[in-house]
Structure formats: structure tokens, C-alpha cells
Design a protein around this ligand. Structure first.
Ligand code: ZN
Length: 709
């Protein structure tokens, strides 16, 4: 093979076997490197097509090697687009994206390669391949089929066009959403307008105001800026006493990216239409059928059965919760005729929560300073899985001063992996949400050595307060308040770390089945949601929840309230997820462009799943980036599907005895040796069964939510 590029000192996008040179990569590197890498990949492909033997060593291994340089560089660029977005970077990305997509299609649609894989599956070597190798070949064949390998002439061309256009539309969707989010802000100047906002929110809002040019903004005197970023938007709706301001902010949120230059409505309609056309070309009735052909769930009916089962338990509960909240709000407000509107629900739910559990996110924040939370998380990883995490800041270049670098080793000291952590919200140039992505995947090199995996863990939690005066938790001095996390932000960190563990603790040597690779989408959230369960385990949480200034432990009574709060309005929370999952499935299965209106589907699904009538001007789909700019198309149900798996997996620890250290360690080891180690090398049902000794069921999930009948 001649395709491996020579690492060039001039262009850091060639250094594909190493951690990326984030201190050196600029948009100017992109065009030259990507064009060249595309050309090299094409040349290598031609070589393989001309003479590859239909064997594992002759075809599959060289193919994996061939895709690596471009795949790595493209991954780095995609990562930067998410965490250090600039107009120059976007422009450079857009310039080369069509060429990269085309190169991917040439490979996935290569008939000689496809025939080679089929020949390998029919050969005598097949019986000597291990499970991972067979799954890789099977996936390769199915993926080729989904890439239009069976299409010829004009149909093939049409399919490729659709693929490229959908890629562009997805990027446009994400960019418009980011622009719309950045463009909207509400500047508040009077004490009356910020009535009810807790100190940390005022401090964050003052920081947002300073970032928007009000250089003298302070937490005490304002001005305060509310934006659509998670750490400001959600808490504002929970705490702002001024109902008309809540309504303005809420409406801005649900109409985000739905008008003017950033209108995503035409974009998403086109995406849906083109996906349906693609599905038709492949011989499927809908895009949902294409999606489910590569999932753990068998088909649309299987998924709908699960959603129905959960809906039957959750919907009556959610209706009861709303009625209860209405009664509470009327009594508290003294307005016997009060009808709860959408912008009231979070506010009154938070008041009812305070009343019932007598604690707020704000009381908890001081106990969840990021450094202490990390210590607790790493101690848990050691206890459960026998791995040791140590800071390694400075050992790899980072893309922003706030980013940390860590290494993971076995208890014996043997290095296993490394990861970056980019914890804070950075609205100016960072995408919202939280995610784990692979930087380098594990693989065994040709010389027998193993390249260890590296992960990106990205969150959007409350940043530390620097500069200005005041701070969360009544810090006396100016500046220097660490990131004080909400409990939800703690759960999110545990969640992403769970994804990271599956990527990093894999023992699979075949690159294409290592870590989260080759894991069906609906099983991918198993380790992440599994890790969230530990936030509700008393010794685990009490072990790290200490006041950042006094060192005092979290009061036991507060922990009890966290536990009770877990099932607070659980029916409503489950229904929210079922609503989104159903919406996604309907749009990708039953919606027929030209015949139906997207709005009608949204309305119909809302009637079936929402407890408050949908607002006529609601345009939530315009910001539903999971299904239009992420990988969740006809796959949003995966969250609930995987939650069934993760709750049931955690139940194995409950059954072993959560306070029995030896039992927990033994069960943790088994979890590491199955779910975390095997990755995509086996079917997820086989992996789950290897850990649990049986298939999954919904009992543990319903019990954890207090929804069991
Ligand atoms: Zn996740």
C-alpha cells in the first residue's frame, strides 16, 4: 500500500496517528490537506479494486488503513467546528465537504470491494474469522447496500446527489441554529425584571452582558443578558417571577431558527423529503426502515411497542402531575383562575419542588465544584472498573485554555487511554449540548503494537465566574468562583464519561469494531445512562459532594431530597422523551412530503403525547438538531431503548448489593469485560446477555422512575 501520507511538519492535518496539534491547526491547512488526502485515498482505493484478494488480510485490513488519514483529519475538523467555530473554519469546511462525501461514497459504493466482501463471506476463511471480524464484514456489506451499491446509472447518480445535498443541508441546519442562538438576547436592566433569579444566574447573566459589550455589568446592578444558551435559558424559565418575560424567553426558544435568514423550516422539510427519496431508491418504504435495518431494535413495530408500553405507564402519571401543579400554582399565586401556560410549568414546578423537597439547584451548586466532582467520578471508575485516571495537562495540545487532558491506566499501571475534557458553555464559538467523540480509536498496528484510544468529552456546564464582582454562593471576593454545577450537569458529566469509557476501555483490536464503533445506535447510550445511576447512590455521591469553600459534606437530608426529586414529575419527563421519539419516528416513517404538512404531524403527535396543548406558533422542529444535524434520524427512541438496558444493567448491581464492595467490584469487572470491552465486536443483545445472564426488560426502569404499577 502506498496510501499512507508522509507526516508533514508543514501541515498538522497529516499527523493522523497522533493527538491533533490543536495549537497549530488553522483553517488555512484544510483545503490543501483534504484535497491531497482525498486524492491519496482514491489512489489507494483504485489499487485495492484492481488487485485485492478477497481475504481478511488482503482486503479488510488494508481498507481500514486506507480510510484512516482522511477520516482522522476530517474528524479533527468536525471537532473544531463544534468547539471553536469561526466563519473562516466554516468556509474552509464547506469548500472541501463535497469532495470528502464523494470520496466516502466512491469507497462505500465500490463494486469490486463489495464483491470482495461477499466472496470473503462465502470463502472457507469465513469460518476461521472471529465474531468481531464477521460483524465488520457483515456491516460492510449492509453499509454498501445502504450506500446504493445495487443502483446503477442514473439511479446511482441521483442517490449520490441526494447524499451530498443532505450533508450540506445538515450543516446548514446546525449553522443556522447556532447563528439564531447567538443572535437572540434579552437585556434586563431593572431589579424588577430579574426578580426571583438566584445569584449564580444573575452572575452568569451579567457575564453574558459583558460578553455582549456591557463592560460594566455586574451581578448586583446589571445589566443582565438572558440568551437561549442552556445555562441561562432553562434556569430563567424556572426562576423569573415576571410572567411576561418568561413568555418572551420561552417563545424565543420555541421559535428559534424559524424565521428570516436562519429559518430552518425549509431546510428540515427538504431533509425529510430527500431522505424519503433515498429510502425509496434503496427499496425501503420509509427512511425509518432504513434506519432500523441497522439498529438493535428489529423494526418500527418493535420500537412502537416499547414506546406504547412506557406511554401507558407515564401518560396518566404526567396528566396527574399537571393537575397537581395547577392546584399548587393557584394556591400559591392566590389566583384561583390561573391556567398554566407553557412558560409557567418550569417556574411552578420549581416552586413546588422547593416546597416539597425544600432545596434548589442553587443550594446544591456549592457542593458540586467541578474539581471535586471529577475526583468523585474518577474514584468511582477505580472502584467499579479498576482504572486509574490522572491529570496530564500539557501533554497534548488543546483548543482552548479551559480544556483539560487526562490519562487512564489499569491498576497495574499499564496505560489504557487518554481523554480531553472541555467542560464549559462558550456560546460564542461552541455548539450547545454535551457529547463524547473519538479522537483516536484503539487499533493494533501492523507491527503488533497497540495504539491507545483518545476521547473528547465535551460539556456545556456553568463556567467559573471570573472578573466582575460577586459570584455564585456569595463569594466575597471578585472573581475566582470555580464551576459550580447543577445536579443535572453532574449527571451529564457522568453520562459523557460513560460513553468515554466504552470508547477507551475497549479491548477490541480491530479498528472497525473498537469502542463505540460498530455499536448499534440504540445500544450506544447503555454505558452513558448506566453511569448516571451512580449519582443517586448515597456513598458515591456523598463521597465527593463537599462545599467548595468550607469543605462541609452535603447534608444527608439534602441527599434524601435528591432521591425523592428523582421521581418528581417523572411521568412528565418520560412523556417529553416519548414525545420527541414519536415525532421523529412519525416524520421518518409516515410523513409523505407533498401529501402531508410537517405541522400536521407535529400537531397529531402532540395530541397523543403532550399534556398541555401545543402552541400554534411553536417551531421546535427548527431546533431539533438531533434528528436533522446529528445521527439520530429515526433513532431518537434510542434514548429510551438504551435506558431500559442501562436501568436493567444497574439493577444487576442492586441485586448484587450496592453496599457490598466486593460484589460491586466483581459486577463492575464483569461490566467492564462485557459492555465496555466488547464494543461493537458482537451484537448488543449478545453483549448485554453476557453481562446480565438474560435479555433486558423494562421492570427496573419503571421502578427507578416510580412508575411501576
Ligand atoms: Zn449520550
Amino acid at each position: 500500500m502506498s496510501a499512507a501520507p508522509v507526516p508533514s511538519a508543514d501541515n498538522p492535518l497529516y499527523a493522523y496517528d497522533l493527538p491533533p496539534r490543536f495549537d497549530a491547526i488553522t483553517p488555512a491547512h484544510i483545503a490543501a490537506a483534504i484535497s491531497d488526502l482525498v486524492a491519496r485515498q482514491d489512489a489507494g482505493l483504485a489499487e485495492l479494486e484492481a488487485g485485492a484478494a478477497p481475504t481478511w488480510a488482503g482486503l479488510v485490513e488494508p481498507l481500514a488503513r486506507l480510510g484512516e488519514p482522511l477520516g482522522w483529519a476530517w474528524g479533527v475538523i468536525g471537532h473544531l467546528l463544534g468547539v471553536r467555530n469561526t466563519p473562516e473554519l466554516r468556509a474552509a469546511h464547506e469548500t472541501v465537504q463535497p469532495a470528502v462525501i464523494a470520496a466516502g461514497l466512491r469507497q462505500s459504493q465500490s463494486e469490486p470491494l463489495y464483491r470482495g466482501l461477499l466472496a470473503l463471506r462465502d470463502s472457507t476463511e469465513w469460518n476461521r474469522l472471529d465474531d468481531a471480524q464477521r460483524r465488520i464484514v457483515d456491516l460492510g456489506i449492509r453499509s454498501a447496500q445502504h450506500s446504493g451499491i445495487g443502483l446503477h446509472g442514473a439511479a446511482r447518480e441521483r442517490f449520490n446527489q441526494l447524499e451530498a445535498t443532505i450533508g450540506e443541508l445538515a450543516t446548514a441546519f446546525a449553522n443556522r441554529l447556532l447563528d439564531a442562538t447567538k443572535a437572540w438576547g434579552l437585556d434586563l436592566t431593572s431589579a424588577d425584571e430579574v426578580a426571583g433569579l438566584p445569584p449564580s444566574l444573575r452572575a452568569s447573566a451579567a457575564q453574558a452582558a459583558r460578553a455582549a459589550g456591557h463592560s460594566a455589568a455586574t451581578a448586583e446592578n446589571g445589566p443582565w443578558r438572558i440568551t437561549l444558551e442552556g445555562p441561562l435559558y432553562g434556569p430563567f424559565l424556572e426562576h423569573a417571577r415576571r410572567r411576561n418575560l418568561r413568555e418572551r424567553v420561552y417563545r424565543a426558544g420555541i421559535t428559534r431558527a424559524s424565521s428570516g435568514d436562519t429559518d430552518n423550516q425549509p431546510v428540515l422539510e427538504r431533509i425529510l423529503a430527500l431522505r424519503r427519496l433515498q429510502a425509496g431508491l434503496l427499496g425501503y418504504a420509509s427512511y425509518a426502515e432504513v434506519s432500523l435495518a441497522r439498529k438493535m431494535a428489529e423494526n418500527v413495530a418493535t420500537v412502537e411497542h416499547l414506546l406504547d408500553e412506557l406511554r401507558a405507564a407515564a401518560l396518566p402519571r404526567a396528566r396527574g402531575e399537571l393537575a397537581e401543579l395547577q392546584t399548587f400554582a393557584r394556591a400559591e399565586s392566590g389566583d384561583a383562575g390561573l391556567e398554566l401556560a407553557h412558560w409557567d410549568v418550569a417556574f411552578w414546578a420549581e416552586r413546588q419542588r422547593e416546597r416539597r423537597f425544600a432545596f434548589t439547584d442553587e443550594e446544591l451548586r456549592p457542593f458540586f465544584a467541578l474539581p471535586a466532582v471529577l475526583d468523585g467520578l474518577f474514584a468511582l471508575a477505580r472502584r467499579l472498573f479498576g482504572v486509574v485516571v490522572t491529570p496530564a495537562d500539557g501533554e497534548a495540545p488543546v483548543w482552548h485554555g479551559d480544556v483539560r487532558f487526562f490519562r487512564i491506566a489499569d491498576q497495574s499501571g499499564a496505560p489504557l487511554a487518554a481523554f480531553y475534557l472541555d467542560p464549559y458553555s462558550r456560546p460564542a464559538d461552541k455548539r450547545g449540548g454535551a457529547w463524547m467523540d473519538e479522537c483516536l480509536h484503539r487499533k493494533r498496528r501492523a507491527d503488533g503494537s497497540v495504539r491507545l484510544p483518545i476521547a473528547y468529552l465535551v460539556c456545556n456546564q456553568t463556567p467559573p465566574i471570573t472578573g466582575g464582582s460577586g459570584g455564585a454562593a456569595g463569594a466575597a471576593a471578585a472573581g475566582d468562583t470555580p464551576s459550580l454545577m447543577t445536579f443535572r450537569e453532574v449527571e451529564t458529566l457522568f453520562h459523557e464519561f460513560g460513553h468515554g469509557l466504552q470508547h477507551m476501555l475497549t479491548t477490541v483490536d480491530h479498528a472497525d469494531a473498537a469502542g463505540i464503533r460498530n455499536v448499534e445506535w440504540d445500544a450506544v447510550e447503555l454505558p452513558s445512562q448506566f453511569m448516571e445511576n451512580w449519582c443517586y447512590h448515597r456513598p458515591t455521591l456523598m463521597g465527593f459532594a463537599r462545599h467548595w469553600q468550607t469543605g462541609a459534606a452535603l447534608p444527608g437530608a439534602l441527599f434524601d431530597k435528591i432521591l425523592s426529586a428523582r421521581t418528581y414529575r417523572a411521568g412528565s419527563a418520560v412523556m417529553r422523551q416519548l414525545h420527541l421519539a414519536t415525532l421523529d419516528l412519525e416524520l421518518h416513517h409516515r410523513y409523505v412530503p407533498g401529501r402531508d404538512a410537517v405541522e400536521d404531524i407535529a400537531k397529531r403527535v402532540s395530541v397523543q403525547n403532550a399534556v398541555l396543548p401545543r402552541l400554534p406558533d411553536e417551531r421546535f422542529l427548527c431546533s431539533f438538531s438531533h434528528i436533522f444535524a446529528g445521527g439520530y434520524a429515526a433513532g431518537y427512541y434510542s434514548y429510551k431503548w438504551a435506558e431500559v438496558l442501562s436501568a436493567d444493567a444497574f439493577a444487576a448491581f442492586e441485586e448484587a448489593g450496592l453496599d457490598d464492595d466486593a460484589a460491586v467490584a466483581a459486577t463492575g469487572r464483569r461490566f467492564r469485560d462485557t459492555v465496555l470491552s466488547l464494543g461493537g465486536s458482537r451484537h448488543p443483545l449478545a453483549v448485554f446477555t453476557a453481562f446480565r445472564g438474560r435479555g433486558p426488560n423494562t421492570a427496573a426502569l419503571l421502578r427507578h422512575y416510580g412508575l411501576a404499577s
